[in-house]
Design a protein around this ligand. Structure first.
Ligand SMILES: Nc1nc2c(ncn2[C@@H]2O[C@H](COP(=O)(O)OP(=O)(O)OP(=O)(O)O)[C@@H](O)[C@H]2O)c(=O)[nH]1
Ligand SMILES: [Mg+2]
Length: 470
């Protein structure tokens, strides 16, 4: 009995101690730790995975005392902040896939370096910067700034504007778009097919599946033949690890008003809602509801290279996503947002020589226009997360020198004229042959990328993005 009481007292005591230590731990965290959710957004192939890998590798190297991000180091030095170290948080017990930066670095640093594969699912990473306090505040111990990053397939972002639509609105807009060039060129079979359907007739699964296949083929052709980007729903093109499921077997169908239960339109509308709600619950709500910083990566050169149709389509997709993102990031009641800074980045800027990067930045600003500014701190930059080229001269012209993917020898590339503003429709620029934009071989880096990765402007971007948090 006595020993039982004693044990009870002991349990109570250790329980109290644990509680006190939990409370102290929480208080310490509150005092010393700031968490910033940094959204790295961008359409597919815009460079998100490479950007996150480079950001992690360079911050880790900087934590080891390497001068990989000089502008950021200079900013810390100017404010008297001493960086004690940077650590990548271990995978822990999260249900979500873990962004394996080391694995991606090994691929890039191998004997035959290769780029990371297309992202097929969500993956997150957390990085903590440990910063020394100065003056009397030293007594509180070091500060920690934790950066939370998320990688995902770019196609999925296109479903963000879809969250506020119902099947009828989406169908009407999509079908109207399919009737315009260049989509109309590949949409004929699908449009002919839906013209034969009676939306109010009893639903037939074979018809639903055939319509879905035809619509999917329109999306694929619009992407592959014309380089278009405004392709919804995004998961049709990249279903992710769960693969294709029956909720995805829908397609746009015209008409509105009541749909009798069990009719084709009723079935497609229910599938559309199930798909939209699934994207909201599993992707957007947990991951895109609140962000503190945002980087919007745009492959401006790729869009320019693909011609006016693709360029305008990319511009439209980015504006729609930005507007939807902005609406969601504001709190419902006060219209407030935690999103303080948005860095717009023209990615892969190592494709153009230094002399043309200012034109690239100004073209990019003109591409986005002022619609995205909205009182928030924004910046437009040309950045290469992983610099694959060097600047040089060739036949009297500034060029970049790099090794095309799959080749062995370095050669010069001349992008030609980069316009400083978006050329209007009908401008001779759009009918000229476009410059070369090959996929380049990643540069040679040290095994495991421990010394950081060569880049262009990543440091200036980070120093601006994190300025008030460091
Ligand atoms: N030259 C150069 N090429 C780059 C750079 N960043 C990305 N690339 C190229 O762009 C391709 C796509 O980059 P990713 O980072 O995989 O693009 P993503 O946005 O993650 O694409 P998804 O996963 O499909 O959404 C790479 O395979 C490289 O060929 C860069 O800084 N410089
Ligand atoms: Mg990716």
């Amino acid at each position: 009995m006595a020993s039982g009481l004693f044990r009870m007292g002991e349990d109570l005591g250790s329980g109290m101690l644990r509680l006190v230590s939990d409370i102290t731990g929480e208080a310490e965290k509150l005092l010393n730790e700031t968490t910033l959710r940094v959204a790295i957004t961008g359409l597919s192939r815009s460079g998100k995975t490479v950007f996150i890998t480079s950001l992690i590798a360079n911050l880790l190297a900087m934590g080891r005392g390497r001068q990989t991000l000089p502008t950021l180091s200079a900013q810390l030095a100017a404010s008297g902040t001493v960086l004690r170290g940077v650590r990548l948080e271990p995978a822990g017990t999260q249900a979500l896939d873990w962004f394996d930066a080391a694995d991606k670095l090994r691929d890039l640093a191998g004997a035959t370096p290769h780029w990371p594969p297309r992202t097929s699912d969500l993956a997150s990473a957390s990085l903590t910067l440990v910063l020394e306090r100065t003056g009397p505040a030293r007594i509180l111990g070091p500060r920690r700034v934790r950066l939370e990053l998320l990688d995902y397939p770019g196609e999925w972002l296109l479903d963000l504007p879809l969250l506020d639509q119902d099947f009828y609105q989406w169908s009407a807009e999509t079908i109207a778009l399919l009737r315009t060039q260049p989509r109309a060129e590949v949409a004929g079979e699908f449009l002919d097919f839906i013209a034969t359907l009676n939306p109010l007739a009893a639903a037939d699964e074979a018809v639903a599946r055939r319509g879905h296949r035809l619509y999917l083929s329109v999306l694929e052709q619009a992407r592959d033949r014309f380089g278009l980007r405004w392709l919804q729903p995004g998961r049709f093109l990249r279903p992710g690890p769960r693969g294709e499921s029956p909720m995805m077997w829908f397609f746009p169908l015209p008409g509105d008003g009541a749909s009798p239960t069990g009719s084709l339109r009723d079935l497609l509308a229910r599938r559309f809602s199930a798909y939209r709600d699934d994207m909201r619950q599993n992707f957007f709500d947990p991951w895109f509801a609140r962000f503190d910083r945002q980087v919007v990566l745009v492959d401006v050169l790729g869009a320019l290279w693909a011609g006016q149709g693709a360029f305008e389509d990319t511009r439209h997709a980015i504006a729609q996503i930005a507007a939807a993102y902005d609406a969601r990031s504001r709190s419902r009641w006060l219209g407030l947002s935690t999103l303080k800074r948005v860095g717009f980045v023209a990615s892969k800027a190592d494709h153009v020589p230094a002399a043309q990067r200012p034109a690239l930045e100004s073209l990019f600003a003109s591409m986005l226009g002022t619609q995205l500014e909205d009182g928030r701190a924004t910046s437009h930059r040309a950045v290469a997360a992983l610099r694959c080229t060097e600047d040089g001269m060739h036949e009297g012209h500034p060029v970049v020198l790099g090794v095309p993917l799959g080749e062995e020898r370095r050669r010069p590339f001349r992008p030609g004229h980069i316009p400083a503003a978006v050329p209007p429709a009908g401008d001779p620029f759009w009918s000229r042959p476009f410059f070369e934009l090959p996929a380049l071989r990643p540069p040679l880096i040290d095994p495991d990328g421990r010394e950081g990765l060569p880049h262009l402007g990543l440091d200036a971007l980070l120093s601006w993005l994190l300025e008030d948090a460091l």
